[in-house]
Write a new protein. Structure first.
Length: 113
């Protein structure tokens, strides 16, 4: 039974590595378009860099690196403190709030016939 569990664990690791490899390959070859990822979306197209999107990206990456460093150090998934979850939820709330406010402001009907 232990051999089966070990095999499943290794197989799952290979599967995750294969998925990650395909995603990185697609990013590097341009198969996944990154144009406008951090830009404000406006009626006229893409605007400047969105501070809400940048904040969301940075907080999410910071949490991911924190968790990854804890996993590497302890070889187990860490207990995530509530304060970090609150910060991450706050960051996502700011992003969604900004997105909601902007969508409400941009929903005026066009007056041009």
């Amino acid at each position: 039974m232990r051999l089966l569990v070990l095999f499943a664990r290794i197989e799952f690791g290979f599967l995750l590595a294969a998925f990650a490899s395909v995603i990185v390959y697609k990013f590097l070859t341009g198969g996944v378009s990154m144009n406008g990822l951090l830009s404000e979306k406006t009626k006229g197209g893409l605007g400047g860099i969105s501070s809400a999107r940048m904040q969301l990206l940075l907080f999410t990456l910071a949490m991911a690196f924190y968790i990854l460093s804890q996993v590497i150090q302890t070889r187990a998934f860490p207990e995530i403190e509530t304060k970090y979850l609150v910060m991450l939820a706050g960051s996502h709330s700011v992003f969604l709030g900004a997105k909601g406010v902007l969508s409400l402001l941009n929903t005026e009907p066009d007056r041009n016939p």
